[in-house]
Design a protein around this ligand. Structure first.
Ligand code: SF4
Length: 385
């Protein structure tokens, strides 16, 4: 990315309220992941005079030597699967001893994500941080986006996309228009959430068909007129197959997150799959839960899943992640259905009698689900034929 100032910066409404909760964090980002140190920060570490930290840095930061790049020059070792600089109380010793300006770019940026699309740098956050998940998901008012002067380190860009906005030739050149429409359809609370999802499906299908017929120039007028009301929805992910695969996933694979493992177990328990129940009976329970606890969940806490989907679309630059807009939608539907299966199963397992999962359970589910599936393609591929 060249000259920073030529870009417009856009932030979602939840970002301003985020603050890392450090020692109070229930699933710190300093555990279980490789911790990258960029070349600039590594050079600073080599000059540290603080006696104790200097010795610890010599011991616990490994130079990548020939493999070193500007972005990844060294790696902080994990001890007992936790960052070597994470104190017993869950605080960062580098931050406490040397200050925020000694954090590596990765540590300083997380859980923020930056995407550069055309002339805009978009800030967002990932659900894998529990506090970010709370800020994003629990907002009752629809998420908004606005221009901002706020800057963080902008050297780590996740998606870096050029578009031909002035002279569009491909469907991708209408990205902003497609995405804005998808978000407004999802936030139209005059309809139920799943109906809104089918409206998005119709949008993505319509743009895909225009592109395939060579009528890309008609995309703007199609989007302008499109309301989704007449589209009935054609796509569905088979929840029965997902339940079966989740059942075998728990048996076959070692899961990296104990928090996710707990959600998965609770979901299987709710559908009877930790006992004698067959997969067919579990599916019947799922259908019962869909009409019962899931319907109630959407009525009482539907904003959680709306915010999940809106942030999914925004953070991942949907539909640019697919070969076609409808392919991108199909991925989103898979994620949504996986989460729905968990919400239903976990709801069926609750002892409250209400069978609707609580906010903190929803946060734990979406946070640990994201940490498991988004950071290792192996788990998601389990659901794709
Ligand atoms: S996961 Fe989020 S809240 Fe927890 S330590 Fe990391 S940045 Fe802070």
């Amino acid at each position: 990315m060249s000259e920073q100032k030529q870009y417009k910066r856009v932030v979602p409404s939840y970002l301003k309220d985020f603050k890392c909760i450090g020692g109070k964090c229930e699933d710190t980002c300093c555990a279980g992941w490789c911790i990258e140190v960029d070349a600039g920060t590594y050079a600073k570490y080599k000059k540290v005079e603080h006696e104790t930290l200097k010795n610890r840095m010599n011991q616990d930061i490994v130079d990548r030597k020939q493999k070193a790049t500007d972005a990844f020059a060294a790696e902080i070792q994990l001890k007992n699967n936790r960052c070597a600089f994470l104190s017993e109380g869950g605080l960062c010793d580098i931050y406490s001893g040397l200050g925020e300006d000694h954090l590596s770019h990765t540590c300083g940026l997380y859980p923020r994500t930056l995407n550069r699309i055309h002339n805009t740098i978009e800030y967002s956050m990932t659900f894998s941080c529990p506090e970010a998940a709370r800020q994003i998901l629990l907002q009752k008012a629809p998420m908004t986006f606005s221009e901002s002067e706020q800057l963080v380190y902008e050297g780590i860009i996740s998606a870096d996309v050029d578009l031909n906005v002035e002279k569009p030739r491909e469907w991708q050149d209408y990205f902003f228009m497609i995405r804005d429409k998808a978000i407004s359809l999802l936030q139209n609370r005059a309809y139920g959430l799943e109906e809104r999802l089918t409206h998005v499906e119709g949008l993505m299908l319509g743009v895909t068909e225009l592109a395939q017929k060579g009528k890309v120039k008609e995309v703007p007028s199609f989007i302008e007129k499109y309301t989704g009301e007449k589209f009935k929805g054609e796509r569905e992910v088979d929840a029965g197959i997902l339940i079966e695969r989740l059942y075998f996933l728990q048996q076959d694979m070692e899961l990296p997150s104990e928090r996710y493992e707990a959600c998965l177990h609770q979901m299987l328990e709710g559908l009877g799959l930790t006992g004698e129940t067959t997969l067919q009976q579990a599916y019947k329970l799922y259908i019962k839960g869909e009409r019962g606890c899931f319907k109630d969940f959407l009525e009482q806490k539907g904003h959680i899943l709306e915010n999940y989907l809106v942030n999914y679309i925004y953070e991942r630059c949907i539909p640019l992640d697919g070969a076609t807009p409808i392919e991108s939608y199909e991925w989103m539907l898979l994620y949504y259905t996986l989460i729905k299966v968990h919400v239903i199963g976990m709801g069926m397992a609750t002892q409250t009698g209400k069978k609707v999962i609580q906010e903190e359970q929803a946060i734990q589910l979406i946070q640990s689900f994201t940490k498991t599936y988004d950071h290792n393609d192996g788990y998601l591929s389990y659901f794709v034929d």
